[in-house]
Design a binder for this molecule. Structure first.
Ligand SMILES: NC(=O)c1ccc[n+]([C@@H]2O[C@H](COP(=O)([O-])OP(=O)(O)OC[C@H]3O[C@@H](n4cnc5c(N)ncnc54)[C@H](OP(=O)(O)O)[C@@H]3O)[C@@H](O)[C@H]2O)c1
Length: 303
């Protein structure tokens, strides 16, 4: 078992050189936050998001979703992650970035990598975010993910498997279990969670994560059915340049960026704000549920 930061540039290199797998990804049109000048007034009205909780909102893709929500004039936004300084820093950065917006931004520190207290922690987060169910949520996004520990199957223990799934799968399940009591009833409300192309395009040492990410396909569709009219969707992510990779050396991270800019079909480095558009589309489209959104620079069809 070793840290992903030593190997992932090569893992993705291998991935991009591999034969592509098929995908059922669906990308929905969105009232893009940078394109609202083209929108009719009724579309602008419809695009408003309110109120919104983001698990993993203190950095990377969750933070970019928070930015997009504020740009869509969300009235209240709650970001959550496991370390209080990061939550506070996230709040400060968002407030500083949008001084003229009236969005009320708050945070809650929640540990999702804790099997014993997972349900209690999620209930505490939802109670806090809704002020004891007095202010129900419209939208919840889950982008939380702890640091990856990659290993070959032959070196992986049962404890490793359970640990690897705690934040990325078990916490999503428990969130789905408790969320219905904390959202406004109706199809406007949504839960949007995160999967990764590794579920469809495997790579050595990533199998435990690929398994959980594939399992999320079933979880999301089952939850969409059981929790309706609450909508449940997920976003399938390819490599994105975020703080997730901050454990790499600067040199290795730059090499990875250059590799992506060369080999992805768009010939550019995927950014968190690209991914954020998918989560925003999921929130805005009251007709989408059980849907797989995706953004990966063509990684799944690239030979
Ligand atoms: N970036 C990519 O290339 C990529 C590709 C495919 C899939 N994904 C997945 O997409 C998700 C978001 O990735 P990202 O790139 O935005 O990563 P990121 O920048 O590292 O953000 C991860 C977020 O999760 C929080 N978190 C970590 N451990 C946690 C825990 N135990 N309990 C609660 N929150 C926790 C982090 O804050 P704290 O540290 O404060 O807890 C942070 O807010 C992850 O699940 C990742 O695996 C990413």
């Amino acid at each position: 078992m070793f840290s992903c930061t030593k190997v992932h540039a090569f893992a993705y290199t291998h991935e991009l050189n591999s034969q592509p797998a098929s995908t059922s990804k669906t990308t929905q049109p969105t009232t893009h936050r940078h394109c609202t000048h083209n929108a009719r007034p009724d579309q602008v009205q419809q695009a408003r998001l309110d109120p919104c909780l983001i698990l993993g909102g203190s950095s990377g893709i969750g933070y970019a979703v928070a930015e997009g929500a504020i740009e869509s004039n969300v009235a209240s936004l709650i970001i959550s992650s496991s370390t209080d300084p990061k939550v506070q820093d996230g709040i400060s950065r968002l407030r500083a970035a949008y001084p003229s917006k009236s969005t009320q931004i708050t945070g809650h520190t929640t540990q999702l990598n804790d099997s014993e207290n997972l349900e209690a922690n999620i209930i505490a987060l939802l109670e806090s975010a809704t002020e004891g169910r007095t202010k129900l949520l419209d939208h919840v996004v889950h982008t939380a993910g702890d640091s990856l520990k990659l290993s070959l199957i032959k070196d992986t223990t049962t404890a490793d498997i359970i640990q690897a799934g705690m934040v990325r799968y078990f916490s999503v399940f428990m969130l789905a279990k408790h969320l219905p009591k904390y959202v406004n009833p109706g199809a406007k409300s949504s839960l949007t969670v995160t999967t990764a192309v590794i579920a469809e395009k495997p790579n050595r040492e990533w199998t435990v994560y690929g398994g959980y990410y594939a399992a999320l396909f079933g979880l999301v569709k089952g939850a969409a059915l059981e929790l309706a009219p609450l909508r449940v969707n997920m976003v399938n992510l390819g490599w994105t340049d975020t703080e997730l990779w901050s454990g790499m050396s600067d040199e290795k991270r730059e090499q990875t960026r250059q590799y992506m800019a060369q080999h992805l079909l768009g010939k550019r480095v995927p950014k968190p704000e690209d991914a954020a558009e998918q989560y925003l589309a999921s929130m805005r489209d009251a007709n989408s549920t059980g849907t797989l959104y995706g953004t990966n620079g063509g990684e799944l069809i690239n030979r």
